[in-house]
Structures are given as C-alpha cells and as structure tokens.
Design a protein around this ligand. Structure first.
Ligand code: SF4
Length: 300
C-alpha cells in the first residue's frame, strides 16, 4: 500500500500538476507542496507557474486569485468549504453600493477578499505590500480599505494616511489579546516578538515588529537572535523550525489557529488529483475585471 505522499508524487506526475500551499496549512501538506509562501508570493508563483494544473492548498479566495492570474491553468481547490470568514465580511454588493455612493474614492482591497470584490476595486494589496500600495495613492484621494480594519488601522499608523476602514477582521488574529501578548513577552524577555498586521493595533504595540508571514520568515532567517515569539497562525511555525533548526520559536497562547486552513489534508489532495476536483470556475469577464487591481498591485 502506497503512502499518501507517494500517491501524491505519482498523481502529480500523471496530471502534470504543481502544488502551491500557504504558510498556514498543516505541516504534512506544506511538505508535499512544490512551493509554500504567503499570499503575495503565491500570487506571483501562480502567475509564473505556467502549469496545466495547479492544486491550491489554502482558502478559496487564494485559489480564485491563482485562477485569475493563471486563467489557462486548471486550478483545483481540494476543499471548497475552506473559505475565509474575513473575506465573507465584505459582500460584493455592499462594496458596489459604496462605489455608487462614493464615485471619487479609491478602494483598496486586501487580497483576502472574493474575486467579485476584487472586480469592484481600484487596487489590491497584501500584508507584505499594503504600506507601499497606500503610499502610492495621491494625497488628495479619499481611501476605503476593505475588508480588514486591523490591517487598515496598522497601515494607517505606519503611513500617517487617514483611511475609511471596512468593519471586517480575521477571527484568528483578532482573538489575540494584548494582555496575552504582554504575558508571553514577560515570560521570555530576551525573545524578539513578531506579529501579523491582521492583529489589533494594541497587540502590534506590544510586539517588536508587525510583518507578513513572508516578512517574518525573512526576518528570522537574517536575524542573529536565537529566540522569537510568533504572533500569527500556528502553521508558520513548521517552516520556521524546519528552516532555522538552531533557533527557538514560541507561539502565543492560546495558539492562533485558522480552522479553514487546517481543512486541507493529504487525503483531500489525493482526491483532488485523482478526480480533478474541485475546479475553480469564474466568469471570464469577472476575471478580467479582477485581474486589473491585482496586476496594479504586482506592478508596485
Ligand atoms: S487566518 Fe484569518 S484571514 Fe487567513 S484565511 Fe484564516 S480567517 Fe481568513
């Protein structure tokens, strides 16, 4: 009986597929992926993959972004119910309504939004490039930032730019309390604390740096420090420990965990490749409209 990993290697070859995985998925899924990264890195990878089949191990908006950037590829999302509650907090009809009422505003959408919302906005951003994107907007423009109020507030503080914030949030990061962050800092006074900018500004205030997951990986790789407290979804710890065996990584308590990211499993990848399921299908005109804001972001 072949192991799930062996079956995936065989099926990948048979289907001529690549597996892309987000830093938050389970460690066994990360280990079978051809590429593991954050939203920005995965968007670029999807665009350049040129593979006939992409199996996307992340939540649904990420698989949609891969399809938008690589429309000629068959993009498979092994678990369609793995969605993002934050993306769902900004329904496309509500964003359209805002656009109708504020025709002169610039709408920035965090990539954690549905394809239908991306199709309505001016430019996208990720947590890795949000600061750059906000700085690129002319000073006289009113900005609406969708859907993450925490990322929006943190970027607003970094840039000094006032923005209107959509009342959305990531339940996994929003749950992190400043008191818990302070407690773990006190217990490990020599550790450097990194948190994700989807955390509230009061949690960011406790940390040394607020970075995207890709930014965190780069920071720990280049740092001389030996101990880090990590304030983001726990899946990232697998890669940090694997890439930096001489360093210690401590998670916040309670451990931040995204139940949707954890739905992706080796079994679901085998099923996906065997049955070519579940294919991301988006309307061509909608994809064309959503591609503009993403490519504007990638050009920055
Ligand atoms: S960690 Fe938060 S933002 Fe990321 S997929 Fe899960 S709920 Fe959405």
């Amino acid at each position: 009986m072949k192991s799930l990993e062996e079956q995936i290697v065989e099926l990948k070859k048979k289907r001529n597929a690549v597996i892309l995985a987000h830093n938050y998925v389970r460690s066994d899924v990360q280990d079978v992926a051809d590429f593991v990264g954050d939203s920005l890195e995965l968007s670029i990878k999807a665009k350049n993959a040129g593979a006939p089949v992409i199996v996307f191990c992340g939540v649904s908006f990420m698989a949609e972004t891969a399809k938008i950037l690589s429309p000629a590829s068959t993009v498979l999302h092994p678990v369609p119910s793995a969605g993002c509650p934050m993306a769902d907090m900004a329904p496309d009809e509500a964003v359209r309504q805002y656009r109708r009422e504020h025709p002169d505003a610039v709408i920035i959408a965090y990539v954690n939004s549905t394809a239908a919302v991306k199709a309505e906005v001016d430019i996208c951003c990720t947590s890795a490039n949000a600061e750059k994107v906000v700085r690129s907007i002319p000073a006289d423009k009113h900005i609406l930032f969708v859907p993450d109020q925490n990322l929006g507030a943190n970027v607003s503080r970094m840039t000094g730019r006032k923005m209107e914030l959509w009342p959305g949030f990531c339940p996994t990061h929003n749950r992190i309390m400043p008191e818990d962050a302070k407690k773990i800092r006190e217990a490990h006074p020599n550790a450097i604390m990194l948190v994700h900018p989807e955390c509230t500004p009061s949690v960011v205030d406790v940390a040394d740096h607020a970075l995207s997951t890709g930014g965190m990986l780069k920071f720990v790789r280049e740092s001389d420090a030996k101990q880090f407290i990590i304030g983001t979804e726990c899946g990232i710890l697998h890669r940090m420990r694997k890439d930096n065996p001489d360093k210690e990584f401590i998670s916040l308590q309670p451990i931040p965990l995204c139940p949707n990211m954890k739905k992706l499993s080796l079994e679901s990848i085998v099923d996906s490749l065997e049955n070519m399921q579940y294919e991301i299908q988006l309307d061509a005109a909608l994809m064309d409209r959503a591609r503009g804001p993403i490519e504007r972001m990638l050009a920055i």
